[in-house]
Design a protein around this ligand. Structure first.
Ligand SMILES: C[S@@+](CC[C@H](N)C(=O)[O-])C[C@H]1O[C@@H](n2cnc3c(N)ncnc32)[C@H](O)[C@@H]1O
Length: 213
């Protein structure tokens, strides 16, 4: 993919749909590698769900690692991103090769049906933008859709809540504080590994969690 085309599309959605897009530019290759680490540890066939693929920065790394027999579902809430992804899957050889193993679902994660469907969930959702109620709903969807021994991987920008705190009003500070407590409790209970990725703009932490198994 032409790097600047992808960045431009992402930036447009950042301007038009800030709340759900949550970032100014797509993830870099180093972060995409960190996000797909569980794939490299699991023998196939694997069922993988990517949540919030956006322009496909992490998807590109996923399709590179996909093997025959694997199944990939992408769930994306933004119709413009869905159209962009469809185009990549029809035009770019790395994507086209895996088209028959991939479904693109235009939907919010919360509406994806099923229970214990996936071995791996890789999520780019900008949790820090959302209310505590929505984050809880999204977490319940991750748990419902993952097999008990499956792995959830998501990223957050490093130190982002602490960096924002001094610059926001009381209401936003309260939201961020509640979110920090909620997410820290989940991380303490379920995180099995994490990885700081400094080679990303901005630097990010990839977190790997397992709910059971
Ligand atoms: C920070 S961007 C990440 C994009 C891409 N994964 C990356 O790393 O460059 C967040 C993505 O999540 C999508 N999104 C937000 N809320 C969603 C939801 N409830 N269900 C599915 N996708 C959602 C946005 O449209 C956007 O594509």
């Amino acid at each position: 993919m032409r790097f600047w085309t992808e960045c431009w599309q992402f930036y447009r959605q950042f301007r038009e749909q800030y709340h759900t897009t949550g970032a100014i530019m797509p993830s870099g290759r180093a972060l995409a590698r960190a996000m797909t680490r569980p794939m490299r540890k699991l023998a196939g066939p694997r069922r993988i769900l990517e949540v919030g693929p956006g322009t496909g920065a992490v998807t590109e790394e996923i399709v590179r690692q996909l093997r025959r027999g694997d199944q990939l579902d992408l769930v994306e809430i933004n119709g413009d991103f869905v159209a962009f992804l469809e185009q990549r899957f029809s035009e770019e050889p790395t994507f086209r090769r895996r088209r028959s193993q991939t479904r693109i679902l235009h939907s919010p994660l919360q509406d994806v049906p099923g229970e214990h469907e996936y071995d791996i969930v890789i999520s780019g959702l900008p949790l820090n933008n959302f209310s505590l109620e929505l984050v809880d709903e999204l977490y319940r969807s991750y748990e419902r859709l993952l097999k008990p021994e499956g792995t959830l991987t998501y990223f957050e920008y490093a130190w982002i809540r602490d960096l924002k705190m001094p610059f926001v009003g009381a209401e936003e500070r309260e939201r961020l504080t509640k979110l920090t407590h909620y997410l820290t409790a989940k991380i303490r209970r379920y995180q099995i590994d994490d990885e700081m990725v400094l080679l990303n703009v901005p630097p990010a932490v990839a977190r790997h969690l397992r709910f059971g198994g």
